[in-house]
Design a protein around this ligand. Sequence first.
Ligand SMILES: [Zn+2]
Ligand SMILES: [Zn+2]
Length: 401
Amino acid sequence: MPVLDRVAAIQKDIVEWRRDLHAHPELGFEENRTATFVAEQLRAFGCDEVTTGVGKTGVVAVIRGNHAVPDGRTKVIGLRADMDALPIHETTNLPYASKHEGVMHACGHDGHTAMLLGAAKCLSQDRDFAGTVVLIFQPAEEIGAGAIAMLEDRLMDRFEIEQIYGMHTLPGLPIGTIGIRAGAVMAATDSIEIRIEGRSGHPGRAHLAIDAIMVTAQLLNSLQQITSQNVNALEAANMTFQEIHGGGTHRVIAEKVELRGSLRTLSPDVHQLIKNRVREVASGVALASGARIDVKFEPDHGCVYNSPAQTAVALTAAQEIVGNNIEETPPTLLGEDFATMSQVRPGTFVFCGNGDSAALHHPSFDFNDESAAYGTSYWLSLVEKILGEDTFRVAQPSRIV
Ligand SMILES: [Zn+2]
Ligand SMILES: [Zn+2]
C-alpha cells in the first residue's frame, strides 16, 4: 500500500494521541505521563523492544524488519522525536488545551511524538524492510539537556545506531511542504557569563573608584563590534546579552556587574574567532579601566549538521511524499539539541510545514494535525529509502559469467 494511504488509515489515531499529549504537557525530565503513554502504545503495536528511562525520561523502541541486510548496507537507523513542553500559559482555548497550568506544548513536540508513534505503528505492522529501526522519544529538548542525557546513557552504542534523523514542525512553511538543506542548519549556542569587578566608592571621589557600570558600558560597545568588524559579513553569527545585574545603591559607585548572554554561530571557525576576540577585548577593557573582567563560555550544544549523503537520501524520501513541495530552508540561528546527536552520527534534520500558524513558543501556537500525515509518511518513506526493498533486492551481487 502506498505510504500516504497507510498513514491515512491511522490518521485518526495520530490526531487522538496528539491531542491527548497536547492536553497533558510536561516539562523537561518530568515527562512521566508522556513516557508511560508512549511506551504503552509502542508495546501495544508489538515493537520488538521498548526501553524506558533512557536519558532519565526517554523511551526507545526497536523494530526489526523481515529481511536480511545485504553486506555493506546500513543496518540500523534512529528516528528521533522530542516529548517535552514549555513553561508557557496556553491561550488557545482549544477543547484539548493544556490541563497543566503554566505548561504548554508550544513547540509542537506533541505532534513530533504522535507522528513518530504513527510511524512505529505502521512499521511494526508490515516490517517489509531489512535491518532495524530505532525510534527515539527524547526528553528535555527545550532545556538543551535531553539529547546529551540519552547519549550519556549510551543511546548510539547500546542500540547500534548508524545514522540519525530528526524532524521539526515549522510555522510559515505550507502544510504538505518539507524543508530540507545539507550542511549546518541550526546554530551552535553558547551561554556567556561575564563578571566585571571594579572598586566601589563615593560619587564625589569617583577618581578613587573603578566604576563597574562605566566599564560595562565600554565593554558592551566593544563586544558588539566583534560581529560587525571581525566576522566576515557573509558568515552567520550573533551575540546578544539578555541579563545585566549591578549596582543597587544610590550614591555608591557600583563595584560589580554581571552579564549573561548568548552566542550563536554556524561554523566552528567563526565560533572560535568570536570566543578569542571576546577574551581579547575583555582583557583590553580591563587593562584600560583597571577593573577585573572574567569571561566564561558554557557551550549548550554544537550546530545541527546535515550530512550531505544522508540529506540526499532524505530529499528523495521527502519528494516521494510531497513531490516538488520541497523548500531549501535557510539556516537559522535558533538552536536544537538534536545537534548533539548529529555530531556523533551522520543524518539529517528536516522541517515539516505547519502552515500559517502562530510562531513556535507563542502561547497561541498549535501543531496542525493536517501536517501529521506528511510528517509520518516522511518517516516511512525514509525507512523505505534506506532499508527498503530497493536496497535489499538490488544489493544482491550480480554474477558475471
Ligand atoms: Zn522549542
Ligand atoms: Zn522544538
